[in-house]
Write a protein that binds this ligand. Structure first.
Ligand code: C5P
Length: 237
């Protein structure tokens, strides 16, 4: 389960990143680097996390024209991120260009290509918000499946989706397609802005490959103990 939990280092405080990762290195294999951690530490974050034996999921959710995203993803591949995401709604051409660029950059650098993921519909959006804000007549699950199929067609390794959509994505995209799920809340944690969510055990039962957890761990007085409790729940699934 250690390999399935990704801790979101959502902070712009370098010292906090230092002490949280110092506490977690024994518990967790993956950390997620978002905009705050990336802009605070810079590209050195990849080597720093590698020294602490973490793999890195770079969560900058690229969304731009194919040429730009291809360059972004190529650059971050060279810097050593192990997983990179982009918005699947950027389109098949954009995702395909990113895949080709990551392949080339990894080959040139002699490193393993990072896993590439398409972000479907953010877990903070519920059915009502989706229909009003996006003017969509589709249900969220149908849109998530549609975007997952596009990500697969473009050659991405998987998607970021809510734990509520795991089963239909599996059915549509197969067992090897990675499903990474934020929107994880143990019963004892505050819900915050996560709307399409489940507990850690339920996400595992539904078949998630990776669970992304931020605030319930990093805002706990004892992040290591909070991670341990979540891992226990995952093991008990
Ligand atoms: O603190 P919390 O556990 O809600 O953190 C979830 C993390 O996953 C955040 O860093 C958020 O940016 C990220 N995320 C998400 N929904 C997505 C993609 C990423 O919540 N669809």
């Amino acid at each position: 389960m250690k390999n399935k939990l990704i801790v979101a280092l959502d902070t712009d405080d370098g010292e906090e990143i230092d002490w949280i990762t110092e506490m977690l290195w024994n518990e967790v294999s993956w950390v997620k680097i978002g905009f705050q951690a990336y802009t605070t530490v810079g590209n050195g974050i990849f080597a720093w996390m590698r020294e602490r034996k973490f793999k890195t999921f770079l969560d900058l959710k690229f969304h731009d024209i194919p040429n730009t995203v291809a360059r972004d993803v190529g650059t971050m591949t060279r810097h050593g991120a192990n997983m990179i995401n982009m918005h699947a709604s950027g389109g098949v051409d954009m995702m395909q260009a990113a895949r080709i660029s990551a392949d080339e950059a990894a080959k040139e650098a002699g490193i393993t290509r990072p896993k590439l993921l398409g972000v479907t519909i953010l877990t903070s959006i519920d059915e009502q918000g989706f229909q009003s804000d996006f003017g969509s007549e589709r249900e969220i699950t149908d849109q998530v499946i549609y975007l997952a199929e596009q990500a697969k067609e473009a050659g991405l390794d998987g998607v970021v989706a809510s734990p509520l959509e795991i089963e239909p994505i599996r059915k549509a995209c197969g067992d090897k397609f990675l499903i990474v799920t934020p929107g994880i809340r143990p019963k004892w944690a505050e819900i915050g802005d996560q709307r399409r969510r489940t507990t850690p055990a339920e996400a595992i039962n539904r078949g998630a490959d990776f669970l992304v957890v931020g605030r319930p761990i990093i805002e706990d007085d004892n992040p290591s103990e909070a991670a341990e409790r979540i891992l226990e729940e995952m093991k008990g699934a």
